[in-house]
Design a protein around this ligand. Structure first.
Ligand SMILES: C[S@@+](CC[C@H](N)C(=O)[O-])C[C@H]1O[C@@H](n2cnc3c(N)ncnc32)[C@H](O)[C@@H]1O
Length: 428
């Protein structure tokens, strides 16, 4: 819908309202809503506008809410609050013409709330709010955690990335073809071969997709497998594999890959990705903590389930659905999975643990506790620049804490640690 210049964009705005409500109500609600019939039933222009509006709202949600709170005597019902959020994003982020933004938003409100919606949006129009203060962009509990973990300046820099729209990163199947693919895709080649492009639209239509020449994978997400440095013919286990970006990297490097995940639905995506890229792996549906397979592997990757707070650039909803309780319960799951992963490493073999979380309980603290209870393993320090990781992310113990601002243009937040199983552990 061209800049949404008239109020015939009702269906698109209604879809944006549905996306926003789903995104804020549960984990992974955003992705599910984006692909739901009400959204996909729209024409391409309206669908793009609905998505852009919902994402713009989520990327500035904290600041928008602060501006709305200042104008509301008491919180309105959630659907009305969501409409006001969308109205503010249209006015100040997408810069939709004011009459369209206000009239269409008022038109979607339940009758008893129309005057309120109109008054609040007109009030904001008269006195435009400041929506760029980084501290306002994150939920206050998360901002406080980041400040405690990384200091004020880094916490502000993390939060400033929330408002940024990210480029798309791709991993080429054959690193030697990176330069040629970059030319086809108008992409920049990042250290170690990740391709970064500002292209828009459906990736399935981009050059090289159909023949499986690349897959979508954030620059930070491509680092853990590079640190395993698998050689052709080695065995590699990916214990939490779906949708498969890291398993594809392992297979592309020539390893015999076993890809485990407990979600059958998500494993279908691994299978599709393998088919598209022509790569192979043994795919196993199992709980990685209890999987009754006694094999050991040269290289084991545990990309553990986590709060995913580091992925807010593409999934700003994660910031608003995560809770301190989730961080604690996920940390317990990660510890169990890490013990299971360790049992499956061959003596002398490598283990990489990673999470796309910014929370120390899921990263630094997890690794310290693992080393304290697991005598047969030692940290294998990452060298500066190894795996294409930004140098600023290397910690003194040789693990990586990648913050979103560590790479120009941004990248997902990750924590990554590499261990070696000591050779004498076999005799223990
Ligand atoms: C961070 S994602 C993995 C992303 C994947 N490594 C990639 O690069 O595409 C975490 C995965 O862990 C899976 N998972 C969660 N708990 C699990 C368990 N107990 N056993 C096996 N898989 C699990 C989830 O289904 C999810 O697919």
């Amino acid at each position: 819908m061209s800049a949404s210049s008239d109020i015939s964009g009702r269906a698109a705005r209604a879809a944006a309202l549905e996306i926003l409500a789903a995104a804020l109500s549960r984990r992974a609600g955003l992705e599910a809503a984006l692909s739901r019939a009400a959204v996909t039933g729209l024409d391409a222009r309206d669908r793009a506008f609905a998505r852009a509006l919902a994402m713009a709202t989520l990327r500035r949600l904290g600041a928008i809410d602060a501006a709305l709170q200042a104008r509301l005597a008491k919180p309105p019902p959630e659907p009305v609050l969501n409409l006001l959020r969308l109205g503010a994003a249209q006015l100040f982020v997408l810069k939709t013409p004011a009459h369209a933004a206000v009239d269409a938003t008022v038109g979607l409100a339940p009758k008893p709330f129309r005057a309120l919606v109109n008054a609040v949006l007109r009030g904001l129009q008269r006195e435009p709010p400041q929506l760029d203060d980084p501290e306002r962009l994150a939920p206050s509990w998360l901002y406080a955690r980041w400040r405690a973990a990384y200091g004020e300046a880094q916490a502000r820099a993390i939060a400033a990335m929330i408002a940024e729209e990210p480029a798309t990163d791709l991993t080429p199947r054959e690193p030697a073809r990176a330069a040629a693919l970059a030319a086809d895709l108008d992409a920049e080649v990042l250290p170690q071969g990740t391709l970064r492009t500002a292209r828009g639209g459906d990736v399935a239509g981009w050059p090289g997709f159909v023949e499986g020449a690349w897959w979508v994978q954030d620059a930070s997400a491509a680092v853990p497998v590079r640190l395993l440095a698998v050689r052709s013919g080695e065995t590699a286990l990916d214990l939490c594999a779906a949708p498969g970006g890291k398993a594809l990297q392992l297979a592309a490097a020539g390893a015999h890959v076993t890809a485990v995940d407990r979600s059958g639905a998500r494993l279908k995506r691994v299978a599709e990705n393998l088919t598209r890229t022509g790569l192979t792996a043994e795919v196993v549906e199992a709980d990685a903590a209890t999987w009754d397979d006694t094999r050991v592997f040269d290289a084991v990757l545990l990309d553990a389930p986590c709060s995913a707070t580091g992925t807010f650039r593409r999934h700003p909803d994660v910031l608003w659905v995560a809770s301190p309780k989730d961080v604690a319960s996920l940390a317990a799951v990660q510890a169990r999975l890490l013990d299971s992963a360790a049992r499956r490493v061959t003596p002398g073999g490598r283990l990489v643990y990673c999470v796309c979380s910014l929370e120390p309980e899921e990263g630094e603290a997890q690794v310290a506790a693992f080393l304290a209870r697991t005598p047969g393993f030692a940290l294998d320090a990452v060298a500066p620049g190894e795996g294409g990781a930004p140098e600023a992310s290397l910690r003194s113990d040789g693990t990586l804490r990648i913050l979103p601002q560590h790479r120009p243009g941004g990248a997902d937040g990750f924590y990554i640690a590499r261990f070696r199983r000591l050779p004498d552990q076999a005799r223990a």
